[in-house]
Unconditional design. Structure first.
Length: 1187
């Protein structure tokens, strides 16, 4: 291939040489410029062509070899790059090119590449000093070996203190070496904007706009710059110029919307009044007029903190300091812009200082010397570097005739500010009061400049006049309008209208000047006067319509314009009519959506689409409709609107991204993936939110690595806090790199103002977990950050829990059969495993049944095993009865499990040492569809109702083992809970029940319930509900004779309950209380006492031929009903950053069944944890109770 390229170059050389310098040195330099141009603009064909020619010209040119190596590295042909480097090293060992290319190869593979990746991660995490130190420690301080690496290096350095000017100088140099690089020019412009060198930055942007490959980047940069500029007539002109300069740009719809909003604001007299008030204060013009304008603006914008702050400033300048303090306190509480907020803090402190000083002066003037003394002392504490409070204290002492004390205060003031005019005057007054000689000596000691300050000079000023002819007045008024001097314009236009009362444009300009001053009624009066004489004149109605459009009264504008027949309209009036009609519809649609009628809003806006509507306008309306459709979860409609946008603007990146997002929300990730691969939306780098959404789309289709790279690039480029970006970036990190994800979450919490910068980097885990505690007043972003950190941190943090669980049952039945105590000691370890959480469990289980009631012979004949079996053979009645010992069982359970997203599984054993051993376990898959959560479990679990059903037993008479019953089957759970006031749940299950030498059985269960939250806060919840359950077992195997299972198994069971539970927590405690009342009905059929024929045969064989026996005896079923109740209390206490102690009890009573439980546990977290305690308290469950 390379030989072919060389031959082609030779073939075209006669033509290309015509455009090249003839001198060999000039030709070499020209070819190197072409190579660098190709590298800068990613035109590999230009690089390859120029290299081929340069190799012919100078085969051993070191810069050409370096360029070839850079090209091979870019295309990942590392073997070729190493071969080329061997040639370079042979020709010029230890040369500049040799060192740079060695460094490039080192950074491209192996440990060097890993180091570079770590440096990039440090930079992404905001740890710039560490990143630079690692870079220079690994690769030295020389110029990086390629343009890409140079940009990375300077991107890091630019973030360090005092490095921005140096960075900009180097970027300018790189721009000369690599002209036309879009990425380099973008980076340079961004840094110039950061340095407030806006003119230089805009010059770079202008250069970029002239190049096809960087035009979109230029538009993005200019958009970002203009978006930060204050709204004004100049900003309106800049946005209009933007639309002309970048027709069809992806920002067009947003700019149209911004421009419309700014036009509306700049046409709003209230808004303009506010801006005028601010400008008057900045220019230190009349504070009272500024106040009037600001109050006018606040009537229309009562929540604008900036207006409140400036109103406070206006009041302070008028000496109305108490009012000023009240407004400034509101501004401090409500301002969102941190830069302006610091200004309000300073102004509030200053105003409060002067307010205290004012109280001091007033008290002194009133002769209330104690109050004056206190006020001046408070002022001195507020600002001890300001001498005025000391002068006030001196004046108080002077008034009290305490001349030495007064002199001491005045001299202290003089030490603070030597030569202060007020201090000189104060001392002059003091010394005059003491004696003329003392005063004369003091004045004589002063510099000549200060001797005059014993006097009290003051001054004032005046104002010019105006002209009289209409055109002269019109010209003067235009100048006044341009500089927004509305009062002067009003005077000039009023005079002009007296001379030409029927001129509609004079009336329009006067009405505008009045409206800008908040004189809306007078402005309307101007047009009322005009229309009373010119109401049928098209021009008058045109002017009136424009006035009403600017005032936001579109409907009134239509009505006025339609007073003239359409046949008399000119093109301007026709355009105005169309605009007003559209705006009326848009206003009504937005009002409907705001009131909750999104469907009505969409129908209204949809009705005006099409026709001769400009494309940009149609696109804007369609994007609004798509947004409303997605807001209503109507994905089909949203997708239809995106399709229509793409028909109008095939390259509209927002619509492409929206279409892909809709596909993902529908679950069609395959098609979404194909579209992302084939037509990835080209979103400019500065559109951080859209690029974040693009990254999430890549993640949703399974390309998490690609998403992570994209979001990392966005994070590196961002210049403002963006918690959402860091949150999404953290979500892209593989679970096995949880520590890196937590670093990103810490940065997100920093940007969300949940952590300080020092707590975020390096990460303070105690502060991080404390910040993860849920709060009721959180917005959705803070909620998601706290929730994500809580889940991830706990998933990746190993814990060990030791729990002692003690249960006892007092059932109505024979002693020794159904009464049972259970002691379970659990050691449970949980740790991160792959993309989920794993656990390992060891349990020591001890079961103790009560002792049997024995007869006089010391034996019992209870219905247990074959102890109650009776019969007669030829010799007579066979011996009956069993020893009176109680049944016990001890064993050790081993279990392990894993839980990931959407799936969990576990496997274990029934306690080893039990009479009957079983392998146990389960697999659960879960998900959510149409707002309904579901889970499906396949499992094999023990029936732990009794010692017999759980552990199995050995018959004392026959030695036959039986019991150890397991339930194997499926359970489907359903729930709907949106975290609001209520929720519902349901569960359906079908299982096969089998045990050793036990009759097989089947069970189905259906349960469901509803609950309502009376209290629903993140740290407190009170719920009341209703539940119902129905069970059916095929056979009644609740007996304890051979072949029976020893578990409750009614043929029909129905129960209704009313549960009430309360949960509460704070930083150190979590408490859970539950109570419920229920009523149940149950029916059990008759069942053979010995139901398993094969077991019966074994019994009969032991006694030989029998003449009679009770082997076919029936256990009588029964019907019962009754009331049951449950009471439960659980509590958990945080001991420190690692230890938690918990405990609780459960008491339950119902007909024939009374299980109780007490527990105590201690949990240790290997990583510090100061996050949420669980709500409700969630102790371990014995493995036998897993479901």
């Amino acid at each position: 291939m390379r030989k072919l390229t060389t031959l082609l170059c030779l073939g075209v050389m006669p033509l290309t040489l015509m455009a090249q310098p003839a001198d060999r040195n000039e030709q070499r330099e020209w070819l190197m410029q072409q190579i660098r141009l190709g590298e800068a603009t990613h035109r590999e064909s230009l690089v390859e062509d120029s290299l081929a020619r340069l190799r012919l010209l100078e085969p051993d040119n070191l810069d050409a070899l370096s360029a070839s190596i850079r090209q091979a590295v870019r295309t990942r042909e590392l073997d070729r790059a190493r071969q080329l480097y061997s040639d370079l090293h042979r020709l010029a060992p230890n040369s500049r090119q040799d060192r740079q290319m060695a460094q490039l190869l080192e950074m491209s593979e192996g440990e060097g590449a890993q180091t570079l990746q770590q440096i990039r991660l440090l930079a992404t995490a905001g740890r710039f000093e560490e990143a630079l130190s690692r870079y220079e420690g690994a690769f030295g301080k020389g110029e990086p070996p390629s343009l890409e690496l140079a940009m990375e290096y300077w991107r890091i350095r630019s973030r360090l203190p005092n490095q921005l000017p140096t960075t900009i100088d180097h970027l300018y140099a790189l721009d000369k070496t690599y002209p036309g690089s879009p990425e380099l020019q973008q980076f340079l412009a961004e840094q110039l904007f950061r340095a407030k060198r806006n003119d230089e930055a805009l010059a770079v942007v202008t250069r970029m706009a002239g190049q096809a490959q960087s035009r979109n980047l230029a538009a993005g940069l200019e958009y970002a710059y203009l978006a930060k500029q204050p709204i004004s007539d100049a900003s309106v002109r800049n946005w209009q110029a933007f639309l002309e300069r970048y027709p069809g740009d992806s920002h067009e719809a947003q700019v149209q919307e911004l421009l419309a909003g700014q036009l509306k604001l700049t046409g709003d007299p209230a808004w303009r009044a506010g801006q005028l008030g601010i400008r008057m204060l900045v220019e230190r013009r009349s504070a009272s007029v500024a106040e009037a304008n600001l109050r006018k603006a606040l009537k229309a914008y009562p929540k604008d903190a900036t207006l409140k702050g400036y109103l406070g400033l206006a009041l302070a300048r008028q000496g109305r300091r108490q009012e000023a303090v009240d407004w400034l306190k509101q501004a401090v509480a409500e301002e969102q812009d941190t830069y302006i907020l610091s200004k309000w803090h300073e102004l509030l402190a200053s105003t409060e200082y002067w307010l205290v000083m004012q109280r001091g002066r007033q008290a002194l003037a009133a002769g209330n010397y104690n109050a004056a003394q206190q006020a001046y002392e408070e002022a001195n504490k507020r600002d001890p570097k300001e001498p005025l409070a000391l002068l006030g204290l001196g004046n108080v002492a002077l008034a009290r005739k305490q001349l030495p004390q007064a002199e001491q205060y005045f001299l202290q003031a003089q030490q603070l500010q030597p030569g202060n005019e007020n201090t000189v005057r104060a001392l002059s007054r003091l010394y005059q009061a003491q004696s003329p000689a003392r005063y004369a000596r003091y004045v004589a000691s002063l510099p000549a400049k200060q001797r005059q300050w014993a006097a009290q000079p003051r001054s004032g000023g005046g104002q010019p006049g105006l002209g009289a002819q209409v055109e002269q007045l019109r010209g003067q008024a235009r100048q006044s309008l341009e500089r927004e001097d509305w009062a002067a314009a009003e005077r000039q236009l009023s005079q002009a209208r007296q001379l030409a009362p029927n001129d509609p444009w004079l009336a329009a300009d006067l009405a505008r000047a009045l409206r800008m001053q908040g004189k809306g009624a007078q402005a309307d009066g101007v047009f009322a006067d005009l229309l009373s004489r010119q109401g049928k004149e098209p021009t008058a109605r045109f002017a009136h319509g424009l006035y009403l459009e600017a005032d936001g009264r579109s409907q009134a504008g239509l009505a006025s314009l339609e007073q003239v027949p359409a046949s008399q309209w000119n093109s301007g009036m026709q355009d105005l009519h169309k605009r007003l009609q559209r705006q009326v519809v848009v206003d009504r649609a937005r009002a409907l959506n705001d009131s909750g009628d999104t469907a009505g809003a969409m129908a209204l806006l949809e009705g005006q689409l099409g026709g001769a509507q400009p494309v940009a306008q149609q696109v804007g309306d369609l994007q609004q409709l798509a947004g409303w459709a997605r807001q209503s979860s109507d994905l089909s409609a949203a997708d239809g609107y995106y399709t229509r946008i793409l028909a109008l603007q095939p390259d509209n990146a927002e619509a492409r991204l929206g279409h892909i997002e809709v596909l993902i929300e529908r679950g069609d990730t395959i098609l979404a993936h194909q579209l992302l691969e084939q037509q990835e939306p080209q979103i400019p780098a500065e559109r951080v939110d859209a690029r974040r959404r693009l990254g999430n789309a890549w993640a949703a289709v399974g390309e998490r690595d690609k998403a992570r790279v994209l979001l990392t690039e966005v994070a590196q480029r961002k210049t403002t806090p963006d918690a959402l970006l860091y949150r999404d970036l953290a979500r892209m990190v593989p679970r096995e790199q949880a520590d890196q994800a937590l670093d990103y979450y810490a940065l997100a919490m920093r940007d969300a103002e949940l952590l300080t910068a020092g707590q975020a980097s390096p990460r303070d885990d105690i502060a991080l977990t404390r910040a993860s505690r849920a709060k009721d007043d959180d917005d959705w972003l803070r909620q998601s950050l706290r929730r994500d950190v809580d889940q991830l941190y706990q998933q990746q943090s190993p814990t060990v829990t030791v729990q002692q669980d003690y249960g006892w049952r007092d059932n109505d039945g024979a002693e020794g059969i159904s009464d049972l105590t259970t002691s379970t000691t659990m050691v449970h370890a949980q740790m991160p495993v792959g993309e989920g959480v794993g656990f390992a469990r060891v349990e020591q289980v001890a079961l103790r049944a009560a002792s049997f009631d024995t007869d006089a012979d010391g034996l019992h004949r209870e219905a247990f095993g074959s102890c109650s079996f009776r019969g007669r053979n030829a010799s007579g009645a066979i011996p009956t009865g069993c020893p009176g010992d109680r049944e016990t069982a001890d064993g050790l359970t081993l279990a392990a499990g894993w839980q990931g997203e959407g799936i969990s599984a576990d496997i274990g054993t029934s306690p080893m040492g039990f009479e009957v051993q079983n392998l146990l376990g389960g697999v659960t898959v879960d998900g959510k569809s149409h707002g309904i959560g579901w889970n499906l479990t396949a499992s094999r679990r023990p029936m732990n109702n009794s010692l017999l059903s759980y552990a199995g037993a050995k018959d004392p008479r026959t030695g036959i083992s039986w019991g150890g019953v397991t339930a194997t089957g499926l359970t489907l759970g359903l729930s709907r809970d949106r975290g609001l006031d209520d929720g519902v749940w349901a569960s359906l299950g079908y299982h096969w029940l089998q045990g050793k030498n036990v009759e097989d059985n089947t069970r189905w269960r259906a349960m469901g319930g509803y609950y309502y939250r009376l209290i629903n806060r993140v740290d407190e919840e009170l719920r009341i509900g209703a539940s119902a359950m129905a069970w059916h077992y095929d056979k009644n195997l609740g007996g304890y004779t051979l072949g029976q299972g020893g578990y409750y198994s009614p043929q029909r069971y129905l129960s209704f309950g009313v549960p009430v539970n309360y949960a509460w927590r704070n930083a150190s405690w979590s408490v859970y209380l539950e109570g419920s009342l229920s009523y149940s009905w149950a029916r059990s059929d008759d069942e053979r006492a010995f139901p398993v024929s094969s077991v019966n045969d074994d019994i009969l064989d032991q006694y030989g031929p029998l003449q009679s026996s009770n082997i076919d005896e029936l256990r009588t079923g029964d019907n019962n009903n009754g009331v049951g109740y449950l009471a439960q209390a659980l509590v958990e206490r945080r001991l420190d950053d690692h230890w938690v102690l918990g405990g609780g009890f459960t008491l339950q009573r119902s007909e024939d069944y009374s299980p109780n439980r007490a527990l105590l546990y201690l949990r240790y977290s290997f990583d510090p944890w100061q996050g949420n305690l669980p709500l409700p308290v969630n102790p371990l469950k014995p493995y036998a109770e897993y479901r």
